[in-house]
Ligand binder design. Structure first.
Ligand code: KG4
Ligand code: ZN
Length: 344
């Protein structure tokens, strides 16, 4: 089974060809990502219209290169999987409309994938020990912070999520306040490695709340107050970066482990851009060890944490999304507000 995965929800134009063997193992034949992040960096963040324009320029070359690198002609594809939400509507439309046309002219099934679910499936790619169910999933990306209990493929319960800024968004906004470039997560992390996290006492919002929700906007305000206050040039950026990283990571670790204990699971998987944060993974594992818990942690390699087409194809293999019942693939519509929240 060979699937072409297409992902265009934000500022990455991505496509990948993946193969699933009879034993369910998934391998990457090619994985191409064209990012307009460097362009966004100039403006300190994403301008949706500009991101969509970049998507239009890149989508066909990326898909072409991806098939070439996989040494796979379109005839060999069994299906096309595409992100249909959530994300920026202009960016999403480039992927969904392209995928619809290809599905029609190549006569291949079109499988619509929820981007958020897709992130989790990066953990099943070329992983000799993929996650086992039941499992707590923590999605930490630029737009989302979600805790989910998975009991099987297609069977999950939404436990909670951010009430305001997402973890990645918080990294990005704090980085901007420190004058660092976009995306801010890796920049803060780099600087933090030279700093002392104990020099700044930053808030850990909702760390003790009994639910599984998060709130990160207070952190950004606290950082803005430090930057704008009399401490001015006197503060060490490295110490503040370390304080920011420690505050975000501590809340994520605390709530994820609490969820794992509550639902008695022996597996945690993390996913999304912030999952490539080294401190998050090492602190999570350290806390599990200190508490003498028997919980395994799955984390995708950094290249599969940020947006890519491979995770979309992998998600399609395991969750087998179907074409919309009426009208076929042309009826798939981009949904910028799609979520994992089954509470609403
Ligand atoms: O999953 P992703 O590529 O895009 C979304 O779907 O949102 O995540 C991008 C986010 C950005 O906010 C970026 O700052 C953050 O992931 N990020 C990190 C690291 N690498 C990327 N945050 C913290 N530490 C990192 N090493
Ligand atoms: Zn993403």
């Amino acid at each position: 089974m060979i699937i072409l995965g297409i992902e265009t929800s934000c500022d990455e134009t991505a496509a990948a060809v993946l193969k699933q063997d009879k034993d369910s193992r998934v391998t990457i034949l090619s994985n191409v990502v064209a990012s307009s992040a460097a362009l966004q960096a100039k403006y300190g963040g994403i301008i949706p219209e500009q991101a969509a324009r970049e998507q239009i320029k890149s989508i066909i070359p990326v898909i072409k290169e991806c098939l070439q690198l996989a040494d796979c002609s379109w005839q060999n594809l069994d299906a096309i999987a595409v992100t249909y939400g959530p994300g920026l509507i202009g960016s999403l439309l480039v992927g969904t409309e392209t995928a619809k046309v290809l599905s029609k002219i190549w006569n291949k099934p079109l499988l619509p994938v929820n981007h958020l679910l897709g992130h989790f499936y990066a953990n099943w790619i070329e992983n000799p020990t993929p996650p086992v169910f039941p499992c707590i999933g923590l999605l930490v990306s630029g737009g989302h912070t979600d805790l989910v209990l998975f009991t099987n493929h297609n069977k999950y319960k939404y436990l909670g999520g951010t009430r305001d800024d997402a973890a990645g968004e918080s990294f990005d906004k704090c980085a901007r306040l420190l004058g660092l470039s976009y995306p801010g997560g890796p920049e803060i992390s780099k600087l933090a490695s030279q700093g002392d996290s104990l020099r700044f006492k930053l808030p850990r919002p909702m760390i003790n709340s009994k639910d599984f929700d998060f709130s990160f906007s207070g952190l950004k305000t606290a950082v803005a107050n430090i930057v704008n206050s009399g401490q001015g040039t006197g503060y060490s950026k490295a110490n503040l970066a370390a304080g920011i990283e420690a505050a975000i990571v501590e809340v994520l670790v605390e709530k994820t482990i609490r969820a794992a204990k509550k639902y008695n699971v022996e597996q945690i998987m993390i996913a999304g851009g912030v999952a490539s944060n080294q401190k998050l993974t090492s602190d999570l594992k350290l806390k599990i060890e200190n508490l003498k818990l028997k919980i395994k942690v799955a984390v995708p390699p950094p290249s599969l944490c940020t947006d890519n087409g491979a995770m979309i194809a992998a998600c399609a293999f395991f969750t087998k999304p179907v074409n919309p019942p009426a009208g076929g693939p042309l009826n798939i519509e981009a949904d910028p507000n799609l979520s994992l929240d089954t509470r609403s």
